[in-house]
Design a protein around this ligand. Structure first.
Ligand code: THU
Length: 137
């Protein structure tokens, strides 16, 4: 059973590291491997915009570059800098991040979108990324 609360907490920890001086939209992600290890990621922006990377991909690329290939779930939190806890909306992953998830995860991979520590919704990758071209395995 996925410990969603623990994963959301880790996503909030990751969010503290967000580097978002341009959009001021701060995002944290916590990626759970099939074996129970958590990799955290934040968004990292650039003055030239296009090198910007989302929190989700930071977490995935950290994990994959350490040899991880099997994943169970990711929690994502995002809000405008300074938003009071409980006032934030969810931060659904962008299309590029969904594509990266599809590269490494099956349709049952869980995506946890949190508004605060206690208020979150769980989706599967199949729900958020229907009709995809699957990676060659
Ligand atoms: N961002 C993420 O990190 N994850 C998402 O799911 C949506 C967007 C980042 C990218 C950029 O730094 C900022 O949020 C505004 O789009």
């Amino acid at each position: 059973m996925t410990d969603y609360k623990q994963l959301v907490k880790a996503a909030y920890e990751a969010q503290k590291m967000a580097y978002a001086p341009y959009s001021h939209w701060v995002v944290g992600a916590a990626l759970l491997t099939a074996e129970g290890k958590i990799y955290k990621g934040c968004n990292i922006e650039s003055a030239t915009f296009s090198p910007t990377v989302c929190a989700e991909r930071t977490a995935f690329f950290k994990a994959v570059s350490e040899g991880e290939r099997h994943f169970a779930a990711i929690a994502i939190v995002g809000n405008a800098e300074g938003t009071a806890m409980g006032k934030a909306d969810v931060c659904p992953p962008c299309g590029v991040c969904r594509q990266v998830m599809t590269e490494f995860c099956g349709g049952d991979f869980e995506i946890v979108l949190a508004k605060n520590y206690d208020d979150y919704a769980v989706y599967t990758l199949a729900e958020l990324m229907p009709l995809v071209s699957l990676p060659i395995k």
